[in-house]
Write a protein that binds this ligand. Structure first.
Ligand code: VAH
Length: 314
């Protein structure tokens, strides 16, 4: 059965790499990149691209009508830091964008829908270490609130209407190909760029702030492995805990020093993103992902740092 896949939010940090990977696996012309912004690459020669604002349901409906997608990935969202600067837009985009896609996926009998959640769904009263799949979740960012509500809607559309929606609670994602999207974990990307450019970095998170993280290669592979798993193996229809590693700015700097011995890490004065990071888990228990669809990360801090620096040097 020929797959036709819509990737909405294709220009973002995840979308850019997901589209490239899907176009290797499936026929180029059957992976349609959709975004509100024109992509950086030359769209005249690249595979299908559609301008889509996921809040314009009539425009979105025309895209579903045109392509009759068998799979839809909805990645468009405002992340934690930018969401706090524009709470109502973050809620509107993250929530109503999802509901538009869920409704149209039902209407057009899309086989599988993917929607990312985040470890931002946990809050100050969630267990801090090895945070379990089920626990108290009191997110205090609009981003986290919208992702927690979105998880409830995904499970509802599965249980009530049988829509095959799948989701992962991404940790902080680190990559070099596309710019990060305004998150709290973005320090772990900027540090590599500055280490090469300036030999130093001023972190907006304190040195001992431990957060769950993952290299983008692992995140993309895990996402596709989840989407390829047989439906009967999927026991979580809200969103799977998922992680690669945990580290602090200090341990990250120490690893960078193995490559750039004179690298200096310093800290900015208090930054609002510290409060967000402090409300999140330090580490995640992703035993359900391991059990249900055999999740295993392949990048640790050392291998990620080597790959990041080698690629950014090019
Ligand atoms: C953010 N990168 O910082 C995202 C992610 C867990 C963090 O959700 O908002």
């Amino acid at each position: 059965m020929q797959e036709t896949i819509l990737v909405i939010g294709s220009n973002g940090q995840i979308g850019t790499e997901l589209v490239s990977k899907l176009r290797i696996i499936y026929d180029d012309s059957h992976v349609i990149a959709c975004d509100i912004r024109r992509p950086d690459y030359d769209i005249k020669n690249a595979a299908p691209f559609e301008f889509v604002n996921v809040l314009e349901k009539d425009v979105l409906k025309n895209i579903f009508q045109k392509y009759k997608p068998t799979q839809v990935y909805l990645l468009a969202a405002l992340l934690s830091a930018t969401g706090e600067q524009n709470p109502k837009l973050a809620w509107d985009l993250n929530m109503n964008g999802l509901l538009n896609v869920l409704d149209l996926s039902l209407e057009y009998k899309t086989h599988k829908v993917y929607w990312p959640s985040s470890i931002a769904v946990f809050g100050p009263h969630s267990p801090k270490n090895h945070t379990p799949q089920y626990c108290v979740m009191d997110p205090n960012t609009v981003y986290g609130i919208s992702k927690l509500a979105g998880e409830r809607w995904c499970e509802y559309y599965f249980q009530k209407y049988g829509l095959d929606v799948r989701s992962i609670r991404y940790p902080g994602l680190i990559s070099w190909k596309a710019a990060p999207g305004g998150g709290t974990t973005d320090y772990a990307i900027h540090i590599y760029h500055d280490a090469l450019k300036k030999g130093s970095y001023q972190s907006f998170l304190s040195g001992e702030t431990e957060l769950p993280m993952m290299y983008m290669d692992d995140a993309i592979r895990g996402t596709i492995e989840l989407m390829d798993a047989p439906a009967e193996q999927i026991s979580i229809r809200s969103s799977y805990n998922f992680t690669g590693m945990s580290f602090t700015p200090e341990t990250l700097a120490a690893e960078i020093k193995n490559h750039i011995p004179d690298f200096k890490l310093s800290y900015t004065p208090y930054d609002p993103r510290q409060a967000i990071a402090s409300s999140w888990p330090a580490s995640i228990d992703d035993n359900y992902a391991q059990k249900d669809w055999n999740w295993k990360p392949q990048f640790d801090l050392a291998r990620m740092t080597e790959d990041m620096l080698n690629n950014l040097k090019k």
